[in-house]
Write a protein that binds this ligand. Sequence first.
Ligand code: SF4
Ligand code: SF4
Length: 503
Amino acid sequence: MPQTLIQPEFRVKIDYDKCHKCGRCVQQCGWGAYAFNERPLPDDSKCRACHRCVTYCPAHCITIEKNPLAYRDNDNWSAALRKNVWKQAETGGVLLTGMGNDKPYLRIFDHLVLDACQVTNPSIDPLREPMELRTYVGRKPDSVEVEPDGEGGFRLAPGAGMTNNIMLETPIIFSPMSYGSVSLNVHKSLAMAATRLGTLMNTGEGGLHADLYPYADHVIVQVASGRFGVDPEYLNRGAAIEIKIGQGAKPGIGGHLPGEKINREVSSTRMIPQGTDAISPAPHHDIYSIEDLRQLIYSLKEASGYKPVGVKIAAVHNVAAIASGIVRAGADYVYLDGFKGGTGAAPQVIRDHIGIPVEIAIAAVDQRLRDEGIRNNASIVAAGSIRSSADAAKAIALGADVVAIGSATLMALGCHLCQGCHTGCCSWGLTTQKPELTRRVDPEWGAERLVNLVHAWSHELQEILGALGVNAVESLRGSRERLRAIGLDEQTCRILGVKPAGM
Ligand code: SF4
Ligand code: SF4
């Protein structure tokens, strides 16, 4: 009997007339898809089409194609479904996968368009007029008290009601990705870029490596159920603290970093023994109610000199009521993570079928907090497949203060979306701890690319603001009147608070 029924998904073709026989493809492949015997010999069954070999082949003689006859066409049984059945018949196990949900669900962002100014409300030229992207994360005062400054002006009165906000030069921050799920060089690239951009990166649930201490003013430190790396020093170093309840790519599922990825450095950063699995269960065993959450929020504030504390949840049904409870529990921001978000590793069935789109969650939460008169008490951070500056602008118009990007940052560093992050073999040196692979990301190079990406998106955001005739990103927040829907049903439009195009 054959050992497997699964056919290779891809075919690697080498034009041997052009090949230099240099062996670079063999060295570059993290999946071990090449052998070398006087010339490179690809093993199609191991290829993940990450395109590392294609990119680095000096002769440009490698092509990778989809294997056209691996699966016969069938509209009901897609190739992916058949492959899963065969895999599970062979292994008897849950299917694990990496990166984001790739199913063709309705992408609401692509069905929303932004308004533009014409004669009554003039547009603004962002090249000639200042266009403010600076924004603040945290609780905003309902009013502030001022007193005369003695020189004919006014200053804030002592205890004027100002709160401990975090200033961002752009409404784009980096999503949580833990050291362990990504390499230290990725973390360094993110931290350096966040510092240069005047924005924030996030440790995820993996602790803060000592190499990131110089950038800690631009780091959100995360507290997940496993409490990895959490001690008073960790809490005090960060610019803000984030309690992770859920993740968009795997709502209701905790984190699991296999022991093979827990090397000496990861072990000391996470404060767990080397080589042991790092499991952070879905529930925090000290949070079963909003009162419990409030206790943790205030314990963390107390332990850190009242730094802002946020709470990250996955976008799920009833998210508005959950977010309202979180804000009432004292959180300074609510992080909403939609079901298109990325992940280092998740059961495929969870990643692809559980959760709701972030667009719905943003609008529902923003509206609920406004209706309850508590919108000022916390910021909304939106994430879960923010793919462009247009997505960012639409998320802000729906009600987000800030967007967080994760998959896009990995793509900026080379990720080709091969969805093999859970294997720890990433050829691009991103979601791996193998030293021969992690050294492929130079933090200086990485930081420069991330700074470029966010600068580019920020410029585009300014262009969008100009076209809308507003000169500050804060003026766009929650401006759902500036959005119109194309091809969305009435019910979805109602939840989004967006009119159909033409109205
Ligand atoms: S990297 Fe390109 S040129 Fe070098 S051995 Fe591989 S296929 Fe040939
Ligand atoms: S991070 Fe690496 S392994 Fe994960 S999808 Fe991107 S290229 Fe593939």
